[in-house]
Design a protein around this ligand. Structure first.
Ligand code: HEM
Length: 340
């Protein structure tokens, strides 16, 4: 059966898989963090918290004036850069890098919001263009093996190797996604999964204005060199990124349910809708341990026009909610969204 444009195809077994994944994620956190601060299940190492503005472009054509992008307005935002690995490692390690953007002062009811007075909208982006697993079952199997590798490294790593041998496409995707990074401000970032754009469907992309001129440091690089470089760059001046949306134009070549397939930019070139600016600023190191670690991002904290789509997004909703609650409870910090 040929899939239809803009349409989701949920698996009837999805709710059971979602519950299994939530249980597994909670079990992982409880087994890993018996004492000390409770970190995130993934994206455990925060690299920097940066303030900025997210300005919707003026004079957008009618088909782009949707939801958040309907009005040419500038929103203050707070952003958290992170490495994706569940265990904090030196920045020189291969990893996926992430940028979470929290816009403040956004009018309208979000699909999901845990702080009723807040007017925040989140955009979650990664340095990889695609997600690692085509199906929920394979994703759960992989997460189970990662926990096993953490608890019993020799046996667990052998099982992980076997999984990657059986699933070479996932192995190749992970190898491609895990990159070394010279400078966080020189990377493009992607939403990886589809989102509604009113009646249509898009993926998000963020492109840096800054040329990739930074070089990887040597093996004696400081543990946190990505933070140090970002601080240096933002102390010197403003840094900008373009935010773009890429429309789904072919339901087979640009699927909604399989986020391991990259959407071709030849078939559908991304179109610019906003500019993210990090104004010249001094990055305050303590803020990384306070603001950054206490923030929570959730792709469902968005307007109904931008509803997250596909199995990856559907299963994320209860997991991010539960993990954030649990993390804040364990750290004795109230769940609260920043105000503009
Ligand atoms: C089924 C798939 C996924 C699961 C189960 C999952 C799970 C999680 C969890 C548990 C956290 C930590 C939340 C917290 O403690 O507040 C997290 C954070 C994050 N996830 Fe996912 N995720 C998934 C897919 C994705 C995808 C496709 C992206 C692509 C953009 C993504 C981007 C992020 C980012 C950027 C963060 C860090 C947020 C922050 O800075 O606080 N995730 N994810």
């Amino acid at each position: 059966m040929k899939p239809e444009l803009y349409r989701e195809y949920p698996d009837p077994q999805e709710a059971a898989g979602q519950k299994r994944l939530l249980d597994l994620t909670m079990r992982t956190l409880k087994q890993k963090y018996l004492t000390g601060p409770q970190l995130r299940d993934t994206h455990a190492k925060g690299l920097a918290v940066v303030k900025g503005t997210f300005a919707v472009d003026p004079d957008l054509p009618a088909d782009l004036r949707v939801g958040l992008f309907a009005t040419a307005k500038s929103y203050p935002c707070v952003c958290r850069f992170s490495n994706t690995d569940p265990n904090p490692k030196p920045d020189l390690s291969r990893d996926m890098r992430a940028l979470s953007i929290k816009l403040m002062g956004v009018e309208g009811d979000m699909i999901w919001q845990d702080d009723r007075e807040a007017k925040t909208l989140d955009l979650l982006l990664m340095s990889a263009k695609t997600f690692m697993s085509p199906t929920l079952d394979l994703f759960i199997e992989l997460q189970e093996l990662l926990l096993k590798a953490y608890m019993t490294p020799i046996l667990g790593n052998a099982s992980l190797m076997w999984f990657f041998l059986k699933n070479p496409r996932i192995a190749a995707g992970v190898m491609k996604a895990e990159i070394t990074c010279a400078n966080l401000l020189e990377l493009p970032y992607f939403g990886e999964t589809p989102y509604a754009f009113d009646k249509k469907v898009v993926q998000y992309k963020l492109v840096p204005h800054k040329d990739p001129t930074s070089r990887l440091p040597g093996s004696d690089a400081p543990f946190n060199y990505l933070n140090l470089r970002l601080r240096e760059d933002l102390a010197a001046g403003d840094v900008q990124f373009d935010f773009l949306v890429q429309f789904q134009v072919d339901p087979e070549k640009m699927p909604i349910e399989d986020s391991t397939i990259p959407w071709s930019e030849t078939l559908s070139p991304p179109r610019k809708v906003a500019t993210l600016t990090f104004q010249k600023q001094t990055i305050d190191e303590p803020a990384l341990g306070t603001t950054g670690e206490h923030l929570s991002f959730n792709p469902w904290r968005t307007l109904p026009e931008h509803r997250p789509l596909g199995w990856v997004n559907r299963v994320r909703l209860p997991i991010y909610e539960a993990i954030s609650k649990f993390r804040h409870l364990r750290n004795s910090v109230p769940v609260s969204e920043p105000r503009a």
